[in-house]
Design a protein around this ligand. Structure first.
Ligand SMILES: [Zn+2]
Length: 323
């Protein structure tokens, strides 16, 4: 199936063929198509919004999270030093200032909403997952089940609109930005983070890069496509940088050593545990060894800070403002 580039409308060609969901076991194979003009990449075929809402409820492991767990986590908001050291700057809502009305798009299990509240903000969430609604309602947050463009929230209402690792999941990213614009107060800011295909690790891992994450990730941005998207939405980019969560580097290696077949769930993403027996059964001492030492890396990956210095990190953090 041919697709025109969602961002600039030019032709796309196949970059990688036949990737599959190696986390939650969604069946099917997907190609990645690259725009010949702006370099934006998109998953093909693209799932519809209805399919997406369904697979998030089924394949994303949120059903078991309790409201108590969410509240407990909000007591441990990372300090500025930890954010810096571990590369957590892509957690956009941590930029909340006391008294601000903050809308988090793709608020998921509600950890972000609880943290916005803990930081002194008034939290609003939107997410298509029914599990997200269940938790948000129990905790008393203002919440819209579905997508931003058909939400009941008042227009020109928010000081800060955040979307951390969301834009890559949305069928129409330009439309999402336009919707954000209409809910933003004059002088407000929109902060978004999403994977960067210009990352050095992407070049190194190629087809095995963690953030292709098909079919959940529909969009794969480079810097040029971000600039075109902002222009089309009528927003200006106030700042653009990259961050690389050390955890992502650890997960990349763990995911690679614990590869599963198509249609199979990888226990690592559900339980946080890699099926070591399987790896040991293959007598793969190198993989076993790497698993044992990986957790130690989370505080120590200084190399990631160097990548971010050069803008070659894993995730963009972009702040948009009204023109
Ligand atoms: Zn394009």
């Amino acid at each position: 199936m041919k697709q025109a580039c969602k961002i600039c409308g030019n032709k796309t060609r196949i970059k990688y063929r036949q990737l599959y969901d190696d986390r939650h076991g969604y069946p099917g194979r997907f190609d990645l198509r690259e725009c010949v003009s702006c370099g934006f990449m998109q998953t093909a075929p693209q799932l519809t919004t209805r399919e997406i809402a369904k697979i998030y409820s089924k394949h994303y492991p949120r059903a078991k999270i309790s409201p108590e767990q969410v509240l407990a986590a909000a007591k441990n908001i990372p300090s500025k030093e930890t954010i810096e050291k571990k590369g957590l700057g892509g957690t956009c809502h941590l930029d909340t200032k006391p008294g601000e009305r903050v809308l988090d798009i793709g608020s998921g299990a509600g950890y972000s909403l609880a943290e916005i509240k803990a930081l002194g903000g008034v939290a609003y969430g939107v997410d298509p997952d029914k599990n997200a609604e269940r938790i948000a309602r129990k905790l008393g947050f203002k919440f819209h089940l579905g997508f931003l463009h058909n939400s009941h929230f008042p227009k020109k209402h928010f000081d800060l609109i955040t979307a951390s690792q969301v834009l890559e999941h949305t069928p129409d990213p330009v439309r999402l930005l336009i919707a954000c614009k209409s809910y933003l107060k004059p002088g407000g800011r929109i902060r978004m983070s999403f994977p960067n295909t210009g990352a050095l690790y992407r070049s190194l891992w190629g087809k095995a890069w963690l953030h292709w994450h098909v079919p959940y990730h529909l969009n794969h941005f480079n810097k040029t496509s971000v600039e075109i998207m902002a222009k089309k939405a009528g927003l200006k980019i106030r700042s653009i940088k990259t961050v690389t969560p050390n955890l992502w580097t650890v997960l990349q290696i763990r995911s690679w050593v614990s590869q599963v077949r198509m249609g199979e769930r990888n226990t690592m993403w559900d339980t946080g545990r890699v099926d070591e027996k399987k790896i040991e059964a293959k007598k793969d001492w190198l993989k076993s060894l790497s698993l044992r030492f990986l957790p130690m890396l989370e505080d120590k990956l200084f190399f990631n800070r160097i990548l971010d210095w050069f803008g070659r990190g894993e995730s963009f953090v972009v702040e948009f403002r009204l023109c």
